[in-house]
Design a protein around this ligand. Sequence first.
Ligand code: DON
Length: 317
Amino acid sequence: ADDQPYEPTIPDLRDPVRQALRSVLEVARPHADGELASYIPELTHADPEALGAALVSIRGTVHEVGDSESTFTIQSVSKPFVFALALEQSGLTEVIRHVGVEPSGEPFNAISLEAASGRPLNPMINAGAIVMSSLIAGDTAEEKFAEIHAGLNAFAARELDLDESVFESEHATGDRNRALAYLTQAAGTLGSTAEVATGAYFRQCSVAVNARDLAIMAATLANGGTNPVSGERVIREDVARWTTAVMTSCGMYDASGDWLVHVGLPAKSGVGGGIVAIQPEQFGIGTFSPRLDERGNSVRGIVVLRTLSERYGLHML
Ligand code: DON
């Protein structure tokens, strides 16, 4: 989407937002530290240099720069959207019987079960996300995934593909996630069998997106649940608010507090290299760069969002 060199001295009067994004992308580009995720072997095939971003306003205007059309798997960025679909289908009271809404302060793949209730602490970590996938309508992994896929498509305003090789790779190496699912099954908080829940969850994580898709998905949350590009109401307004709230407290795992201080935007990261961020009632942002820090968050994506927030006063507080 962006084949022009960065020219800071020539203002792009047609699209100043794109110019701002382009400038911020060049601030992030030298941050070449971090590693590709390797615990899912197929993710090591990503281009480590890829870097893209997009911003979509609640009026549906799309601004994009760099590798905004490069595809990668959504991974944990799917979690808030599937949490939203579970809330839409079952309501808040039922959903929070199965999962908490408290930050865990722990890594994304931590064993997380509240002693009294058997619930994972929140739906942004793997344990809680697998429970959310288990609550989605359908008896089999395929049926649940069909619901999830339709929901993600509605958030993105297009038909998204499943990356079969990433799915197979996750399925082949996902024993820790299976263990988390069995723990919640034993605790009575899983809504299906562990095998059905992880089957749906592994597919959900393997949906292929680009930075522009993520920005449209985020803009749908920013817009109170109506997709600003397609005009479709995807989720109710209260569901969008609850989802954004949990992204604010838990979206960046054990970096969520630091993120809230320094960036101040509800966000969610994924080990495919994507991050979504939301400025409620304003816009959604999607970033892509696959090298990750030790918490599993995109190194350059963090720089892009932090720089945008600092330069343009986007901190919501
Ligand atoms: O379950 C997993 O481990 C992956 N499918 C998703 C984890 C993830 O994206 C964590 N995020 N930063």
